[in-house]
Write a protein that binds this ligand. Sequence first.
Ligand code: 3HC
Length: 328
Amino acid sequence: MSAPTLVAHGIRCLGVLGAGQMGMGIAMVSAVRAKVPVLIYDRSPEQVKKGLSLMDKLLDKDVNKGRLTTEQAKEAKERVEVVGAEAALKGLRDVDMVVEAVSENLQLKQAIFASLAAELRPDAILATNTSSISITKIAASAIPEGLKASSEEGKKAASRVVGLHFFNPVPVMKLVELISALQTSQETLDRARSFAIACGKEVTVSKDVPGFVSNALLMPFLNEAIMHLEKVGFNLIYHISYQVMELMTNKGIATRDDIDTTLKLGMNHPMGPLQLADFIGLDTCLAIQNTLYQGTGDSKYRPAVLLERMVDAGWLGKKSGKGFYDYN
Ligand code: 3HC
């Protein structure tokens, strides 16, 4: 198969929705590598403040390490602007592409895409950084009410939605997974691919199946590692009742450190699966695992009970200070 021709992405201004670790990372590589102005919106001003200060720190480090000049870092910082709460999604009205990076919740994403479709120009690309949710479902929500999905206008409205899946930490990981909804046009795919390349990323393509290629392979591995830990005398869950422990699968094969060290030293993984799950966020891992479970109906994807309990407890990994490891 011949390599796809690289078309001009034509993105003169990017919108990013969600200032969490993924959204800020996407904003940063877009400003630094693709050199486009970025408008970022998050309904939590504190989250934006936190995200901007992390980006500043990362850019300063790039300067100290000689990867960027002071001038380049300053230009990149100046390219990133925050949209205020009053303007909200209306503040993204003039962007050429938006990348949505809010939490893994279908209803939330559907509501957002319905609003984006109403606010943005009809030629703007609506990309989602979802880790596992159906791009086809999200694209259907970009069709204005009253239009039939099978009508020419309905098909056109959904054709600008695409999956653009970045990896954490975005400034470091070299991959972007490109996912076409059933409705996505070739032009949308080509422009989204070109933009990811302009951000310095290599692009792989996956069909719109639960978890795509990346998370359909990664999440069962992380979930299995958590099942291997269940029932071991694990100090973080010592106060979970005996009954709850009984509900857990009867594995308990190794300790946290033995599981992670096995994969790090035995397979040369940069971090063990339990540390990686903490790093991704246990709520995100659970949401993806549930999408795989419900989307396929296959019991092999059942989320580990311990993963569910940790999310119930609010122990979401690195971002909350506690997960399989303690970060305080
Ligand atoms: N943001 C930005 N940069 C970061 C970072 C972060 N959160 N964490 C680490 N880095 C940088 C470090 O600052 C360092 O940069 P430097 O060269 O300027 O010093 C560089 O990454 C390497 O870091 P370290 O030397 O401190 O540590 P490591 O060698 O352990 O590397 C790592 C850190 C690159 C994160 C490595 O551990 C790794 O590759 N881990 C696996 C990450 C992974 O698998 N990500 C994919 C998750 S799945 C996903 O995102 C999909 C989603 O849908 C769930």
